[in-house]
Design a protein around this ligand. Structure first.
Ligand code: ADP
Ligand code: MG
Length: 292
């Protein structure tokens, strides 16, 4: 099936929710195979308006480009978009960034979207889900820093914050599993990893002769939610040196991205999970050797 990249943006009402709703609606149009982080971006063109929330999505779709555009416009309308002026505020904007290798140059449809290269708010989310653009983003773009930055989980919504707190509380109990559901029947389950697996955040080395224990230098980074693991693209190579805090991927649960971050410098020893793999709470995802 053809793969289309869709760029999303909103700066009216609850912009995060609008972008998330649009992503949900895209699932009706095809198979959503990748979702970028959400970004906060300074407005482009007309500056006196609220910041935008931007994201990008990869969509496997059997709809031809023009039908896809119509579908995007229908979604924009359903989500409450009303005509304003060029570059003006909008409840939701959904653009076709590319459609496989298609090249279209018609008055009302230009593909690939001409704004990709110049606009960081298009390029940055796209780079999350398509490594070809990650290279471009690194090599060519010279935006002022702060113009377009990934949204921290805490900024996104209460649910994510509550889930994290729940996972932490669960970790402190002896419970083996915990299921929480809402009235709509959406549920999230936390499971403790099987006993005998890797326990604790750090492995300990055997007792030294003087009786002191020395902390071994391998950290295990584990899933703190039940969900689908996604690796950053490009996936860091085993053996790669990580400088400072580094996001290695995220666990997606109920549509929420829970970033998996390696704190501090170290060397990536192993990647224990595949992109798109379902993971359990506490399942080891990455091993990082710490530099002494
Ligand atoms: P913009 O997205 O440029 O800020 P609009 O969403 O108002 O502005 O779109 C204006 C027009 O751009 C639409 O009516 C649509 O026909 C046209 N258009 C051209 N190419 C594309 C594309 N690749 N994706 C979405 N819209 C496009
Ligand atoms: Mg548009």
């Amino acid at each position: 099936m053809p793969i289309a990249a869709i760029g999303l943006g909103s700066n009216q009402g609850d912009a995060v929710a609008n972008v998330q709703r649009a992503i949900e609606r895209l699932r009706e149009v095809g198979k959503v195979t990748a979702v970028s982080r959400l970004y906060r971006s300074a407005p482009y063109g007309v500056r006196e308006q609220p910041d935008f929330i931007n994201a990008a999505v990869l969509l496997d779709t059997s709809l031809p480009p023009r039908a896809l555009l119509q579908k995007l416009q229908a979604i924009e309308k359903d989500l409450g978009r009303r005509p304003t002026y060029r570059w003006g505020p909008r409840v939701i904007d959904a653009d076709i960034l590319y459609y496989d290798e298609a090249r279209i140059d018609e008055p009302d449809l230009v593909v690939p979207h001409p704004g990709i290269q110049q606009r960081q708010f298009v390029l940055a989310p796209l780079a999350d889900i398509d490594s070809r653009y990650a290279d471009q983003l690194r090599s060519g773009y010279t935006a002022e820093s702060g113009e377009c930055t990934p949204l921290m989980l805490e900024e996104r919504d209460d649910l994510a914050v509550r889930l994290r707190r729940l996972a932490k509380t669960f970790d402190e109990t002896d419970l083996i599993s915990l299921r929480v559901s809402d009235e709509a029947g959406n549920a999230i389950e936390l499971h403790r990893a099987a006993r005998g697996g890797v326990e604790g955040a750090q492995r300990e080395s055997p007792e030294l002769s003087d009786g002191k224990r020395e902390s071994a230098s391998v950290d295990v980074i584990k899933a703190n939610l039940v969900g689908i693991a996604h690796l950053v693209k490009p996936v860091p190579a085993v053996g790669a040196q990580l400088e400072g805090d580094r996001e290695l991927g995220y666990v997606e649960a109920l549509g929420i991205r829970n970033p998996v971050v390696a704190r501090g410098a170290g060397r990536l020893v192993s990647v224990l999970v595949d992109d798109g793999q379902a993971v359990e709470y506490g399942q080891p995802l990455f091993e990082i050797a710490r530099v002494p």
